[in-house]
Write a protein that binds this ligand. Structure first.
Ligand code: ZN
Ligand code: FE
Length: 257
């Protein structure tokens, strides 16, 4: 049985621990202490560290974890994370023997230029996508262009319907507020908003989310939907002729929201 557990860090980070009650892999350990506490409490052996991008809230705990135990560090070939021992590019695969888990690497630049995601299709569809796709939102475009970020989100959107999205932050309620402004008549969005509010009242995570749901409610995956494009255009005050232009405008609008 494969478990995927969110370890909380900082204000709103999730560090995902993938384990089978014996062995574990950890995704984006920005902080080592809460990860070590979880591993110890559950008697787990850490076998691998996976990194999606170079930001310190995703990498800051690597060295301390390596003091705690030895493990390979997988991460993007193009970034600046010195501790990476296994550099990854598009079409590379990560075979986590101890977890019987095989993950494919997707390059998804935009938030940062080095950003990658890890996709697995067995025992269920899952993707660890760091700060690129969030529940009902997406990451800020720091290093890439809006076009790159749009293409990266489209790449994630082509994964199977049932894919569980393991993103790295709890940003859902803020994202929903923005999404409802852009897409006020979306009934699935209204239902998701109610469900997410209930979860947060109980201090439970709203993630993972599912790709099929995201395609229905996430404005950043819906730039080609006429109602969304029209709303973005109204806000911009000038014509937006491509989904990329709609995306760029929505991302800008969200930054100021
Ligand atoms: Zn980041
Ligand atoms: Fe982050």
């Amino acid at each position: 049985m494969l478990n995927i557990h969110p370890v909380h860090a900082f204000r709103d980070n999730y560090i995902w621990v993938i384990h089978n009650r014996r062995s574990a892999a950890v995704v984006d350990p920005g902080d080592a202490q809460p990860v070590i506490a979880y591993l110890q409490h559950n008697h787990l052996q850490l076998n691998a560290i996976l990194i999606t991008h170079h930001h310190s809230d995703h990498t800051g705990g690597i060295l301390e974890l390596l003091h705690y135990c030895e493990a390979p560090v997988y991460g993007p070939a193009t970034g600046s994370t010195a501790a990476i021992t296994h550099s990854l590019r598009e079409t590379d695969r990560v075979r986590l023997e101890a977890l019987s888990l095989d993950l494919a690497v997707l390059e998804i630049p935009g938030h940062t230029l080095d950003h990658i995601a890890y996709y697995g299709g067995d025992p269920f569809d899952m993707v660890f996508c760091g700060d690129t796709l969030f529940a009902c939102g997406c990451g800020r475009v720091f290093e890439g262009t809006p076009e790159q970020m749009y293409q990266s989100l489209q790449k994630l959107a082509r994964l199977p319907d049932d894919t569980l999205i393991f993103c790295a932050h709890e940003y859902t309620l803020g994202n929903i507020m923005f999404a409802r402004t852009v897409d006020p008549d979306n009934t699935r969005l209204t239902a998701f908003a109610a469900a997410a509010q209930q979860l947060r009242l109980q201090q439970l995570p709203t993630v993972p989310t599912k790709l099929e749901l995201e395609r229905a409610i996430n404005p950043f995956l819906r730039c080609a939907v006429p109602a969304i494009a029209a709303q973005a255009q109204r806000q911009a005050g000038y014509p937006l002729n491509h989904p990329e232009a709609v995306f760029s405008m929505l991302r800008d609008w969200k930054n100021r929201f």
